[in-house]
Design a protein around this ligand. Structure first.
Ligand SMILES: Cc1cc2nc3c(=O)[nH]c(=O)nc-3n(C[C@H](O)[C@H](O)[C@H](O)COP(=O)(O)OP(=O)(O)OC[C@H]3O[C@@H](n4cnc5c(N)ncnc54)[C@H](O)[C@@H]3O)c2cc1C
Length: 423
């Protein structure tokens, strides 16, 4: 068998200088340590309670509190995960957390959506002021909500009807409208609201606003009863003459006025910047789907080794063993796409082929497929609430819908690779 030393020697004989490879898929000690720490939390504090919170359909505040206490939920934790220059720590943490349970995982990580919204367009001062408020303190943890979608504006974000009007006299913004399907909507301390300041400009007339804790004129509408991720709170949010200080406009008024002037003059939008924000966040969402898929695969693998039919464990049938082989292969393939896109995002690489969208699309579809296969491998048991793969399948389905449906991801990829405005 040839060794690395043999191949290094062969390369040297060709006159090529041998150096330490800059490419490696081996995790660093730090990454392994964080992965094992989050895995331990998921195993001890999340998994045993997953079914209970799924049935209760309530935010698991005690578990968020535990995560905050050990430093897994909070601004510092997020900064630590994000600071890894390889970009891999963020997806690794998400995979482990959602391996524990996706509904509870979303309750812990949903705040990050709002934080990402502040990070995408806020000034450094706004980040310093509002991001810690999104999390609260370990003694009194809070959650935040990112509200873009509306009843008539889901995939078509340009159709937003929520308006924000500037009151020059008081330098306040007055927001009116209805947001739909907001994760943590109404129970959040901080709501980040995307509203239209000039409807004629479509999505170019949108701006992001922080509605700070205790603001009047914002309230929760109907809470949504869902198919999956039921421990994560989802609700409509109503904004009725909701007044916020001028300083809550993300990025500031000067920048907004410049952007609107460009749009009114018909100048090209800096679409690359908006596109990049999504491309950077999508692999993290993909890693959550991988966590669910891996949990279902592992459960089905163990079950197939134990369950005896026709006098032998069911795994000894190729039909079952090959299904598990395919499940493992698809999960690993999806993870590689997620890791590539995470590395690209962290290292400011151009997403020429919408690699972020690719990773979320693949991971979401793999999670739905793998969890369905897991149910099949468990047979009747798989279809009952006594076994967790049924819940995992319900949880997985959201990953082909939110943060851009599978169809929208394909649209983004198709446009990126073709340069054509595919509809
Ligand atoms: C549990 C949950 C949590 C959510 N959390 C949040 C949140 O925190 N904040 C937030 O702002 N939103 C949130 N959403 C909303 C979510 O992002 C939207 O549901 C999603 O973007 C799809 O929009 P829609 O439901 O209106 O579907 P629609 O846009 O009505 O789409 C319906 C179908 O048509 C397809 N379709 C639409 N347009 C095209 C096209 N051009 N080409 C091909 N197919 C197309 C879609 O792919 C889909 O299959 C959440 C939703 C859910 C269910």
């Amino acid at each position: 068998m040839s060794t690395t030393a043999d191949s290094d020697q062969a390369v040297e004989q060709l006159g090529i200088e041998v150096s330490d490879s800059p490419f490696s898929l081996e995790l660093s000690d730090d990454q392994r340590e964080i992965r094992d720490w989050v895995h331990g939390f998921a195993e001890k504090e999340i998994r045993p309670h997953a079914s209970e919170w799924d049935e209760r359909e309530e935010t698991p505040w005690p578990i968020i509190g535990e995560a905050a206490k050990i430093g897994l939920y909070g601004f510092e934790a997020l900064a630590q995960f994000w600071s890894d220059p390889s970009g891999l720590t963020m997806p690794i943490v998400n995979e482990e957390l959602f391996w524990g349970d996706a509904g509870i995982g979303m309750s812990i990580f949903g705040t990050t959506l709002a934080v990402a919204g502040i990070y995408a367009s806020g000034t450094p001062e706004q980040m310093m002021e509002f991001v810690p408020q999104c999390y609260g303190t370990p003694e009194d943890p809070k959650v935040a909500s990112f509200c873009v979608s509306e009843p008539d504006a889901g995939s078509d974000v340009s159709a937003l009807r929520t308006t924000a009007k500037h009151d020059e006299a008081s330098d306040e913004w007055v927001i009116n409208g209805q947001k739909a399907w907001a994760t943590n909507g109404g129970i959040a301390d901080v709501h980040v609201i995307v509203a239209s300041v000039d409807r004629e400009l479509g999505s170019r007339g949108h701006a992001g606003f922080v509605v700070p804790p205790g603001t009047k004129g914002i309230e929760q509408g109907a809470k949504v009863k869902k198919h999956g991720i039921r421990a994560s709170h989802t609700a409509d949010v109503h904004l009725d003459d909701c007044r916020i200080p001028g300083s809550c406009l993300l990025g500031g008024k000067e920048k907004l006025d410049e952007r609107l002037a460009r749009a009114r003059e018909g100048k090209r939008a800096k679409t690359q910047a908006a596109m990049k924000t999504f491309e950077v966040s999508r692999p993290t969402v993909g890693s959550q789907a991988i966590g669910i898929a891996r949990a279902a695969y592992e459960y089905a693998l163990d079950y197939a080794k134990e369950r005896v039919q026709f006098g032998r464990p069911i795994i000894e049938n190729q039909a079952i063993a090959f299904a598990l082989a395919d499940m493992k292969m698809e999960i690993d393939a999806a993870r590689l796409l997620v890791w590539r896109a995470s590395w690209m995002g962290r290292n400011n690489k151009q997403f020429d082929n919408a690699e972020g969208s690719m990773s979320k699309l693949k991971a979401g579809e793999v999670a739905v497929w793998v969890t369905e296969r897991a149910i099949q491998i468990l047979g009747g048991n798989g279809y009952t609430r006594e076994f967790p793969v049924e819940r995992m399948h319900r949880d997985a389905k959201i990953y082909t819908i939110f943060e851009g449906t599978s169809e929208i991801q394909r649209l983004v990829i198709a446009r990126a690779i073709s340069g054509h405005h595919i509809r």
